[in-house]
Design a protein around this ligand. Structure first.
Ligand code: CA
Ligand code: CA
Length: 203
């Protein structure tokens, strides 16, 4: 399960099997009849210690961004927490099916916004991406977002950084929206409420 830059021939669903891994047909008996064989196969690849659960560490080891780096700890913890419906801290195969689809959707979205197919989202692309999502952000704010995501070069955003950024903006937007009762784009917020939003929405 890897995201590679360049998009020459993306593997089906954006995932790539680790070298040397060839699941024998029928190796995974349909213990979970409602999970697709494809998802079950991926689950077994990612679940390295065969515990039947996927941890943030196992997810991190399976996901590579367009810079050839593993996804950040933040991104993996975020995605685990979003789909860990029984709050066990790990992902079972049913939860994994949703996570699997979620990641694939993000890879597709990222690919759409990465117009020059560099494997990263640059300033212009980020601006267009948010415009298509319905946000009107100033160029200064876009620059700020890139600087906060790409701490080293301040130039480009990888797919895992993009996921974290979008989820964070969605959460803050939702918190703002429920307080913007007159829908005029302005809120008055108490100090403690402000801290609740800031701490609650941070990743
Ligand atoms: Ca495991
Ligand atoms: Ca790009």
């Amino acid at each position: 399960m890897a995201y590679q830059g360049g998009y020459g021939q993306p593997p089906p669903g954006g995932y790539q099997q680790p070298a040397g891994y060839a699941p024998p047909p029928g190796a995974f008996a349909p213990q979970n009849a409602n999970v697709s064989p494809d998802v079950q196969r991926w689950f077994d690849v990612v679940d390295r210690d065969r515990s039947g659960k996927i941890s943030a560490t196992e997810l991190k080891a399976a996901l590579i961004n367009g810079k050839g780096e593993n996804f950040s700890d933040n991104a993996c913890k975020l995605m685990i927490s979003m789909f860990d419906t029984d709050a066990s801290g790990t992902i079972d195969v049913q939860e994994f099916e949703k996570l699997f689809n979620y990641i694939n959707q993000w890879l597709q979205v990222f690919k759409t916004y990465d117009r020059d197919q560099s494997g990263h989202i640059e300033e212009q692309e980020l601006s267009q991406a948010f415009a298509q999502m319905g946000f009107r952000f100033s160029p200064e704010f876009i620059t700020f977002l890139i600087r906060k995501s790409d701490l080293q070069n301040h130039k480009q955003i990888s797919v895992d950084q993009f996921i974290v950024l979008c989820v964070q903006i969605q959460r803050f937007t939702e918190a703002f929206r429920v307080r913007d009762t007159q829908q005029n784009g302005t809120i008055t917020i108490g100090f403690e409420d402000f801290l609740s939003v800031a701490i609650g929405c941070s990743i």
